[in-house]
Design a protein around this ligand. Structure first.
Ligand code: GEK
Length: 246
């Protein structure tokens, strides 16, 4: 796994453009996400565990917004070999690296389920016969007005008892709580070697691309769509992961 260091925002940018999942980001992505998302490793470990619980033989499992396939890879070794695991991302830079890794490391996947890698937009990607669907830090990059349709498509594709794993950055209505948890997130980034300049420039770059909801907004929308159980199971500062069961 490539662990090149993320220093994309280390030097001052004359104009901080909008954040994009391009070649430069894909090159440093494992380092970037580990140092930016508190609890990322814990969430991945639990996705592996949950996939084993929910994935049923002969069904589809989806990793929507898979990036370099960190969750895909873990799930492949845990779910029934008769499943098809669909890894979907619309970033060509991410998808080409994931395809290359799958080809290079075929031996490691011996006996595991088939992995189908798709360069596609999750807003349009057809889903069916699903037992477990992962949206790990992806929905937050989809425009708020379009989120309900994506989640409803997941709900429609899930078999009864099937589950959606949804991890998101969130904001908090109470200003004191929002300020505190945002500061703690920035402290986390500082403790992992990001400078104040990097934190500030990344914040500017991502402002228009990552628009968080609150946890109650997520819970209400998932409930309205029809999910029988909505259980937030993880929170670290302003990052939350929930399980929604049909
Ligand atoms: C992980 N889940 O390591 N269609 C498809 N992909 C999209 C779309 C879209 N409309 N919008 C954004 N993406 C991963 C981490 S990263 C999270 C997910 C982060 C993709 C985008 O290209 C990127 O690869 C991913 O969603 C978000 O478990 O960078 O904070």
């Amino acid at each position: 796994m490539n662990m090149a260091k993320d220093n994309i925002y280390a030097l001052p940018h004359a104009r901080v453009g909008d954040f994009a999942f391009d070649e430069a980001v894909a090159d440093v992505f494992p380092d970037m996400i580990a140092r930016s998302v508190p609890g990322y490793a814990s969430i991945l470990a639990m996705i592996e565990q949950l996939s084993e619980r929910f994935a049923l033989p002969g069904t589809n499992v989806y990793d929507l917004g898979c990036s370099l396939g960190a969750a895909t890879w873990l799930m492949a070794k845990r779910i029934p070999a008769s499943c098809t695991l669909h890894a979907v991302d619309n970033s060509p830079a991410m998808v080409s690296r994931l395809r290359a890794r799958s080809e290079q490391e075929q031996a490691a996947l011996e006996g595991a389920c088939a992995i189908d890698v798709h360069q596609a937009d999750v807003r349009e990607f057809p889903l069916s016969n699903a037992s477990f669907v992962v949206l790990n830090l992806t929905l937050q990059f989809i425009l708020p007005a379009e989120r309900r349709d994506v989640l409803a498509a997941v709900y429609d594709a899930l078999l009864p008892g099937g589950a959606l794993l949804l991890s998101e950055k969130v904001w908090f209505e109470l200003p004191t709580v929002d300020k505190l948890l945002t500061e703690l997130h920035h402290d986390f980034k500082r403790a992992h070697g990001y400078s104040d300049l990097e934190i500030a420039q990344k914040r500017t770059a991502i402002e228009n691309r990552l628009i968080p909801d609150t946890l109650p907004q997520h819970e209400q929308r998932l409930g309205e769509i029809g999910f029988r159980v909505v259980a937030p199971w993880f929170q670290c500062f302003n990052f939350v992961s929930m399980l929604a069961i049909k």
